[in-house]
Ligand binder design. Sequence first.
Ligand SMILES: [Zn+2]
Length: 144
Amino acid sequence: METYEKPIPKPDRETRPFWEGAKQQKLLIQHCLDCGAYQFYPQAHCRGCLSDRLDWVESKGTGCVYSYSVVHRAPSTAFDKDAPYTVALIDLPEGCRMLSNVVEVDPEEVRIGMEVEVVFGEITPEISLPKFRPVQGRTGSGRF
Ligand SMILES: [Zn+2]
């Protein structure tokens, strides 16, 4: 594996279960035991009712592109070879919105409302990043 030069997420108390799930190719989100809301990004309290009774559940792993932009000029040299690439807000069926990338597709073909599915790319032995690709109906890990 070549050296990964982009920023690597650092799991903390709130986010560790999410990253452990991603390692096992599971997209975990928080579920509030009091009001029933789902949330991402992980926090110590429910954003809806402030309850701290939060559980982790596996998202369906599908989503829909809410908004996106195509990055032509990378913000740093580590991203240069990726450009152009797509940064997108993905709506999950559970009602969460996740900032991610749409991969395995020409950025020019990405559309608002496009149906996508999660794919995990291992960047270090500890961290796998969830990204999304157009629904293809096949399984497997992505490379990025
Ligand atoms: Zn709640």
